[in-house]
Design a protein around this ligand. Sequence first.
Ligand SMILES: NC(=O)c1ccc[n+]([C@@H]2O[C@H](COP(=O)([O-])OP(=O)(O)OC[C@H]3O[C@@H](n4cnc5c(N)ncnc54)[C@H](OP(=O)(O)O)[C@@H]3O)[C@@H](O)[C@H]2O)c1
Length: 317
Amino acid sequence: MSPTAKPLIVVSGATSKQGRSVATSLLESGRFRVRALTRNADSAQARKLATMGAEIFTVPLALDHQREFAEAFRSADGAFLMTPPVAPPSTDEFPLGRQLADAAVEAGVGHLVFSTLENVQERTSGTKYAPHFTDKALIADHIRTLPVAHTFVMLSFFYTNALEYYAPRIEGDTVLMPFYLPEDFRAPFVDPLTATGPAVLEVFSNPDAYLGASLPVIGDVVSPGEMVEAFSRVTGLKAEYRSACSREGLLTYFPELGENPLLVDEILGMAEYAVEFGYYREDRDMEWSRSVDPGALSWEGFLRATDWRGARVSFGG
Ligand SMILES: NC(=O)c1ccc[n+]([C@@H]2O[C@H](COP(=O)([O-])OP(=O)(O)OC[C@H]3O[C@@H](n4cnc5c(N)ncnc54)[C@H](OP(=O)(O)O)[C@@H]3O)[C@@H](O)[C@H]2O)c1
């Protein structure tokens, strides 16, 4: 097969944790070409993707770039769409996702895979505030109305949150690990850096099998207490759970969040939603991603693979 005969997949947010996993899996499979969208072609992550064979296309994931989006999607067979982190009070996520999807359809892309989440507004009858979930669900609803084949992946809570956004505090010889979930509450977690790619590769490899599907991507179902215990066992360090699942707890460990009270509301709303309603709707297939990717990392496997010992980590592109 000549290189140009391979299907071309556009990866938005290609330097993100999810996007770089997707771009890497597609390229390493040897069966796809990748066009990687980024704001900065000179970043270390973008250059790494270029070295692996990705075509780099410079465009921001921001509102009102439809002309560049349409150009970015030109001649593509498929596209992986994701929206970057958007904190309230910004309400850009839904219109951004809609503009990305519309541009992909306008450019004639054959199959969209969008990284979505559940509709918290609908599932909780408006009692929990988590717009970064609901807006993704609304984007998925919009994609369902478009004349294009589509599939949705739904990532669990990221393991990386504990390294990147909610890093531990070291006190003496003890690693204090604050979580926005109760100590004994088991929730689905995943490593976005290694699990997103295999799931999306599977979808683009067998597109007809997944038309219209919404597929959870899960590495482990584990409680914060179990995560702390595994951290201690793997690293040999003393570690303790700390509660950041109340406003007071969250602001004790992450006082900088106090600058954005709406973001605090959103984090607490998301956690309450997961505890009271379940992260995923009951009818989702919790086994699919681990059946197509048996090497998916459990939390303990993630700790062993990364050698993480409690320091804050930046995954920036
Ligand atoms: N954290 C969780 O537990 C969790 C769970 C499920 C879903 N999610 C969702 O996952 C998404 C984030 O994915 P991620 O963590 O993989 O992303 P990430 O690592 O934070 O990276 C975001 C990427 O977006 C790109 N980008 C382009 N335009 C941007 C803009 N205007 N503002 C910010 N970034 C921009 C950046 O790449 P360039 O600089 O190269 O352009 C950056 O690499 C969010 O929508 C979040 O809600 C998170």
